[in-house]
Design a protein around this ligand. Structure first.
Ligand code: HEM
Length: 403
């Protein structure tokens, strides 16, 4: 089967040479460095794909959607029919409409509510001296925020959380049977989500509310509106692309705070450093490691001849560690400037949810630092990477602390 067509689904491990073992997936940076040096534009005959590792090559690809398409030759499960997988002019039209509903102002208005949700999550850790950061904070926070933004009633919250977990579920074993089961599961979630969001969309058409789905129903550009299917697709994308990535941003930040404990006190003393620190987390432990593009014509990259139709994998996790672009790239520098990382992509598909992800981290991390002192990994903890070659994070992050 064509593995590349499914590779955008998080939790899916494609057989990439340097990322086969869980250890390599926890520390992919040595492989990235080797590839940047030895084979920055390399063809993998087994996967029939080009892998790009250098910042400049990747930036050039992301900025040229005419030559490098986001439309997959074969559609796969979940997420793939969404705005992410569109090219201009369709992408432009869709992006204009959804941007009207998803404005920086409407995101900024969420601040008090995000603070409140964080307060509730922290209150639930009362009396504890050890938590799994994922279960206690980094998973629930973005799920609740998205659910409320979309206007999902509180009664459906658990349902919503289960779907979100099932979208993020992964397959480690790349046998044909395991892959088939994985795809069947994703299809099932997809159908349940379709039904759910279709129902809510129809309800909002009849009875508008103050929520994102209503805004999507009403948004119009040049007389064009979204169809019910497009609204449904977009909601599912938010659930799939927005939650797990934000979870990993918060988790990866706390992981660094424990790897470099002096950062904890520094950020408490100098809260103005937090904004830059979040950008450095995005660069250093990028929540998304790679994106796919397809060459629309024969084209040369770094002296290599890419053929029309070839899959091109842009390893942004490697671009963000490119020493040609970032001096001392393998060091976490809390106030690194400039910091033009590619963690949110670049060009026409630049992450629409970046202001929301940044805001959630900017509220969550200072509160985590304020309530959990002297954060450390319990003795003997061995971190395990999420079994994915596209999403970067850990399965659990046990945190011991002094309240
Ligand atoms: C696109 C990363 C959070 C919604 C993207 C892309 C990246 C990315 C790399 C570009 C994909 C491509 O070029 O193929 C991230 C990271 C996040 C995050 C690292 C968290 C730290 C969110 C959130 C939302 C969101 C919270 C919404 C609630 C989107 C959407 C697109 C997108 C709608 C598609 C934009 C388009 O195709 O025009 N994201 N994202 N993301 N992201 Fe995010």
């Amino acid at each position: 089967m064509d593995l590349s067509s499914q590779s955008k689904v998080s939790g899916f491990v494609i057989p990439v040479e340097g990322l086969k073992s869980p250890e390599e997936r926890l520390q992919p940076f040595a492989w990235f460095q080797k590839m940047r040096k030895e084979s920055p534009v390399s063809f993998d005959a087994k996967r029939n794909s080009w892998d790009l590792f250098r910042y400049d090559d990747i930036l050039a690809v992301l900025k040229d959607p005419a030559a490098f398409s986001s439309v997959r030759p074969q559609q796969g499960p979940v997420l793939l029919g969404s705005i992410l997988g569109m090219d201009p002019p369709k992408h432009h039209q869709m992006r204009n409409i959804v941007s009207k509903a998803f404005t920086p102002r409407s995101i900024a208005e969420l601040e008090p509510r995000i603070t409140e949700i964080m307060g509730e999550l922290i209150a639930q850790t009362e009396g504890k001296t050890e938590i799994d950061l994922l279960q206690s904070i980094s998973i629930p926070l973005p799920v609740i925020v998205i659910a409320e933004l979309l206007g999902v009633p509180a009664a459906d919250r658990q349902l919503f959380k289960d779907w979100s977990d099932r979208i993020a579920e992964s397959v480690e074993d790349d046998s044909e049977a395991a892959i088939q089961k994985f795809l069947a599961d994703k299809e099932k979630v997809r159908r349940e989500l379709d039904d759910y969001f279709m129902k809510v969309t129809l309800e909002r058409r009849k009875q508008p509310e103050d929520d994102l789905i209503t805004k999507l129903v009403q948004a119009e550009v040049d007389g064009e509106k979204l169809t019910d299917e497009e609204i449904m697709e977009f909601c599912i994308l938010l659930l799939g692309a927005g939650n797990e990535t934000t979870t990993n941003l918060i988790t990866n930040a706390v992981r660094i705070f424990m790897e470099e404990p002096s950062l904890q006190e520094k950020l408490r003393q100098q809260p103005e450093l937090m904004k830059g620190a979040i950008e450095e987390v995005l660069r250093y432990y990028s929540p998304i490691l790679a994106m796919n593009r397809y060459a629309t014509k024969d084209v040369e990259i770094g002296g290599k001849q890419v053929k029309k139709g070839d899959l091109v994998v842009t390893w942004i996790g490697s671009a963000n560690r490119d020493e040609e672009k970032f001096p001392d790239a393998d060091r976490f520098i809390v106030d690194r400037t400039p910091n033009a990382h590619l963690a949110f992509g670049q060009g026409i598909h630049f992450c629409l949810g970046a202001p929301l992800a940044r805001l959630e981290a900017l509220i969550a991390l200072p509160l985590i630092l304020a309530h959990f002192h002297d954060m450390r990994l319990p003795e003997g903890t061995k971190l395990e990477a999420i079994p994915s070659t596209f999403v970067y994070g850990v399965k659990e992050l046990p945190v011991q602390f002094t309240p």
